[in-house]
Design a protein around this ligand. Sequence first.
Ligand code: ADP
Length: 589
Amino acid sequence: MNVLVINCGSSSIKYQVVDTEASSALVKGKIERLNGAESYDQALKDITDAVSGYRIDAIGHRVVHGGDHFSMPQLIDNAMLAMIESCVPLAPLHNPANLTGINAARKILTGVPHVAVFDTAFHSRMPRRALTYAIDAELADSLKIRRYGFHGISHAYVAQKAAEYLGSATNQLRLVTCHLGNGASACAVEFGTSTETSMGMTPLEGLVMGTRCGDIDPAAVLKLVREKGYSTEEVEHLLNRQSGLLGLSGISKDLRDIEAKAAEGNERARLSIAVFSHRVRKYIGAYAATMGGIDAVVLTGGIGENSVLMRRRILQRLEFLGLMLDHDRNNDCRVSHEQPVAEICADHSRVRALVVATDEELMIARQTETVINAQSVFAERKVIPIAVHPCHVHLSRETFEQLFGKDAGLTKAEETFQPGQYVCRERVNLIGPRDRIDGVSVVGPLRERDQIEITRDEEFRLGVDAPVRPSGQVDGSAPITVEGPLGRVHLSEGLICARRHIHMSNEEAEHLGIHSGDEVEVAITGGSRDLVFRQVLVRISPDYRLEMHIDIDEASSAGLPIDPDGTYCRFGGGENIKAEILRHSYRTY
Ligand code: ADP
């Protein structure tokens, strides 16, 4: 597919025709010094002329702020444009230009689908504890003051590239990705999901940037207003355009100029480099803590890809985390479109350090292609039985023996629909810092690792922060104490909220054109409250039988008639209740 990618800034438009099969640009360019809607109309005409020699199958527009409306890229129509418009107050410096570009392009490039790809979307699954600011909750709610995060297109792309390089998948890894360009942000990519990022309600928060200040005490802003009489616009200008590396150094926003001056002994230039790198190091450490460990740190953007000095300053003294920088590899590191990934850590470094050349246009093109392809996937409605899982535990042999004794064995109480999986008579109690849950079922057979699955509601009851994870991914998950007839075992990890998912056999998946790890949108009807679930993970294995797994919270949200005592139940037969796959939830991340 050939996708025309349009990236509209406040005074310029970058464009590129990307051949998604070859992952390469057929033509690209930039039109600068734009001012007013008419100049954008003219610029789009010029772009149309410049790309007229190529077949264009779709157009992908970058949109900076999707607010809380968009967790995925989306086909543009008038209704969704109105939603982008509603995000303008959140991003007055960015969204108006994006909208002007989209409107101009839709006037000229008719008959081709247009897709919006959002910088915020990758972060849309951040847990509430990460996206909430500690201010008056009602005020925050009414003004939509919360953390959204940006640079998502780049973070998602480099995380994917890093995973490919490591011979793994993003949903098997905990990464800290650092996009360090004129704008800069760090992101905790926890098993494929962004769970923390340094930019907040706007791209102003977090790391030091070319001209933006990043983290600052809000009281400093008040001081400027009070003592200098600054207007809103003046403060906005100061913090967005006159701060960061430029404000610190008084030399330039370009790190190359600052590095040159620092080498000559310029004190402000040296301090700028120290403040910038210190801030990035601080976030890497913080995200290692929030994720309960990391597998790799990924650096990208003009600074991450090119500055040997900054990479060394950022990655120094991280040995305690298991990351050993290799200075020769760092000095020799070059990345490019052809060689997009380089490793700069020592062979024995447990945590890898990678430099990845980002390619946001390619990512926008790929996501656009995914949206277009997803339109037609599920012409056939597939009805899926639903299993509702209450809180339950999978135990390792070691834990089981400590709780029930060396000679004990599991006793089957009830087969589940998945071959070989059964609910046992054995029960355990879960003891959290706040409260306990008694009589929790053990699900057999015994596994390699302990895994305790609770709902969001139970997470609050126990008083723990359990991550939402696909089953099987317990590294760095929450600790919990489990009690059995022989006493208590404290597990340092294993507690998760399981992601809703569908079990599917290989034949069924092939028939529907779904791949393992895809996400689909599923409608549940026939309960007292019909509900569409997005982000339903599909898990495929020859041993699986078609079934959707949700927890008690999710079942009660859909108004399913579940047992109030919360036992395992299933809807798959004669009742009206059914789940149907509507379409792919565009697996873009
Ligand atoms: P944007 O966020 O606008 O896409 P880039 O990713 O192009 O920005 O990054 C621009 C930054 O990268 C500038 O601060 C520039 O100084 C820095 N940079 C580019 N090349 C080098 C280099 N060789 N050494 C140090 N810094 C560099």
